[in-house]
Design a protein around this ligand. Sequence first.
Ligand code: HEC
Ligand code: HEC
Length: 272
Amino acid sequence: MKGLAAHVTPVIPALVVIGFFVWFANWIPQTRWQPPQKLAITDAMSPAELAALGATLVRQRGCMTCHTLEPGAGVKGGGRGPNLADIAARRARGVQGGPGNLAEYLAQSLYEPGAYLVEGYANIMPASTGAPAKLGYEEIVAVVNYLQSLGGRPSVKIGDIARPAGAPAASAPVAAAPGDAKGLFEALACAGCHSLEAGKKVLGPSLDAGTLRQAAAARKMSLEAFLLEAIVDPKAYESKEFPPGVMPQDYGAKLTGAQLRSLVEYLAGRKP
Ligand code: HEC
Ligand code: HEC
């Protein structure tokens, strides 16, 4: 019996080690990048149900990189974009020279953010039908209901507000010219600090598709929302691997919404 035990004992730690690696290997894929889940939206949903989905969308699709929800802080708040708390009360009659009711004004803010600029802000918000938010029509309706619930009551059903003019064309103009995004990448000095080749660190991490997907997964964000945050608000995430504060903090204020979207689409669209 003793002889057998002597043979068996070393096997057990080895099994434990192998077991660990098997567990570890199975665990890794779960942290991989996955496209954001599609929320099921149906025509039968009530405005209140749509508003609840809208709340999730606003948090998942990068809106909070720029906007805040600070009750009582006025339009300005502490964000890069207006404070959305109480927006329904504030915009109950839409805006002068633009849509005269809340729902239409909110839809316009999402489709064409530059059509009416909130005083004191520049045209940096990307249209929500394109990257990074990529809201479909039903999702727009959900977000409008959610925004109505901030200081008011959700009231729109699917079909009540206009569909975006020429739906898929919304992403056409910038996406059609990837060369522009590449030019931007150089003109904005991104290329001076970032390589697009895997494993090549310059002053900042390589922005190859694989590295970006891992980084987005680590932040539990969609690739596009992660890219938007990384460009507009580099302080939001700093790894120990790079010294803090190296990446310019003012791209969010300098880039137009269209440029931002073009950069995000360009970096997200590169194949792993
Ligand atoms: C890159 C920053 C940025 C992102 C991302 C962004 N916004 Fe904005 N947003 C702004 C700025 C700046 C303004 C004010 C200028 C303007 O009117 O376009 C604004 C204006 C608005 C307004 C009008 C506010 C008012 O006081 O009248 C709404 C509503 C809005 N955004 C909703 C959203 C939603 C919903 C998302 C996500 C789908 C989003 N924004 C994403 C920056 C951003
Ligand atoms: C002066 C150098 C510098 C410039 C210019 C610069 N970055 Fe960065 N960037 C960095 C550094 C350093 C980090 C890493 C920050 C950290 O993780 O602590 C970073 C992080 C990032 C990340 C997150 C990547 C990841 O894997 O975590 C993205 C995306 C990014 N930058 C995009 C851009 C884009 C797009 C531009 C141009 C508009 C740009 N950067 C310009 C230095 C720079």
